[in-house]
Design a protein around this ligand. Sequence first.
Ligand SMILES: Nc1ncnc2c1ncn2[C@@H]1O[C@H](COP(=O)(O)OP(=O)(O)OP(=O)(O)O)[C@@H](O)[C@H]1O
Length: 596
Amino acid sequence: MHEIIETEGLTRVFRDRPAVDHLELHIGAGEIYGLLGPNGAGKSTTIHMLTTLLTPTEGRARVCGLDVVRQAAQVRRRLGYVSQEKGVRHRLTGRESVELEADLNHVPRRSRARRVEEVLDVVGMLPDADRFVAEYSGGMQKRLDLACGLLHLPDVLILDEPTLGLDVQSRHRVWDHLRGLRAQGVTVLLATNYLDEADRLCDRITIIDAGREVVTGTPAELKRGVAADTVHVSSPAPDRLLAAVEGAPWVRQATLTGREHLRVRVDDAAKAVPEIMRASLAHGIDLHGVTHTAPTLDDVFLLHTGRGLSPDSAVPDLDRAPRPSAPSPAPLDSDGAARPSRPRTQEVLALLRRWYLEVSRERLSLAFTLLQPVIWLVFLGGAIARAVDARVVGTADYIGFMLPGVIAFTIVSTGVSGAVPLLWDKETGYLNKLMSMPIARSSLLVSRLAFQMGLGVAQAALILLVAAALGVRPAGGIAGGLVLLAVAALLAMAFSALFLALACRAPDHNTFFAITGFASLPLVFTTNAFVPVTAMPPWMSITAHLNPLTYAIEAMRTLVVHGWRPSLYPQLLTLTAFTLTALTLGTHEFRRLSRR
Ligand SMILES: Nc1ncnc2c1ncn2[C@@H]1O[C@H](COP(=O)(O)OP(=O)(O)OP(=O)(O)O)[C@@H](O)[C@H]1O
């Protein structure tokens, strides 16, 4: 057998507890392979290691002959991944989401529109494709994720609970599509809680429990291994019945499964049922009902672990459900397969489009962002100007004096909101999805920083226009104004990188906002935004000198109030050094986040 996925002693430990414990998998080309296990068995952890999202603590894993740790980038190019979490892009429509992923998977531009239509059709989402994802039900979001996973023709498709939350018809459509992929030679690995799914869909299964392999084989082999029927007895005194039948030669195993239920595994139900009747009569035990079933995968699990799988692991209504007409799987031509064509540019442009669409649809917060600096300048600037001594601030034009501070604070607060998509992507699981795609990690960072920089420059330009309307013009002329915009760009990059670093570290968005909320006031008030450093008491002057915002504000103020001066150069140098430090920190934290 040509193995596409193989693991040897694969282990991942979280806080001294193994989530996956020396797992051995050998999955052949073109198989649909199931990882079946109860909640917390270690299925997702295994999948995260195979998709390069987690590093193994011990052992090794190879996908298409490539080591998942040492050749992670190549592995990502060979696989498609549909994660368990719903990768919700709230501000995008379904179609835009799929288009984004097509670009990130390097689907060639000329076939992109067709592929997007095809996969949306396969999961039955075409009629809703132009609605916002935020309006989708859980099942619709899941189907959309699945559509994204089918976009390119990967060698291996890995799906974590692919049909969780889907209705019966959608589930059948997905199964049919997976079978179609198998026919085209794609190897499919899926983790599932559903016994029926594993039984009907998978060629082979490994059942895992507590991170360890319980048993591996085809569903038929495994059930044959049980070689037993199960008799389910309903009685008001199942414990007495258990005592009566336990140890009888025709009983393999008897287990209480509820206050009124007893499960008896037997070699042959036809012979066992009359025995159970006889035992109940002999001991005067009432029976409410006796049924029996052929072996299931649940019995296989029970046989090997002494426990059943989770109660929600069966999908009881599948047999009775109307079967939808099976759509023939969309043919995945070589055109639709992932092929790098100027991939880096395509990735960055696709991500920039995403950020743009999301920001432009946040109308209210966009309006506040634009309005806030105007309020600062017009109302606050105007009011304080009356109370300020021109000799202290060094100019009679207090609005001009305050302008750089307003630009700086606006950019800092945009930096905070710029980290929010990363927080959401982390929390919704979409970051995992992005990380498993064949895109350069740097594209994620570069696109985000470039977008924030553009936003910062646009905001600074807008504030300059408002100031011009109030009669304030940079003393440095047009060239001075352009350098001021460059300062704004540096500042935007620096603070975006800092807040991104914080978002990478923060365990959740509450912590992130608690820290930024706590830091924002000292950050603002220990600068020279309202008072020049020369007019500050010594302790405050020291803190102002330690605050990098001071240098950006001072450089911009020089350009607005005084024009070109030699003092500008050390200020610009300091700001550049700060920006480089912030970028290094941001890159380091982002790398750390992507190598868990
Ligand atoms: N990041 C983590 N930190 C600490 N423990 C973790 C982490 N991720 C998973 N675990 C633990 O590892 C074990 C296996 O979890 P995993 O998510 O792999 O199970 P699963 O089989 O996919 O479960 P489910 O069917 O519920 O998705 C669980 O005990 C879980 O709590």
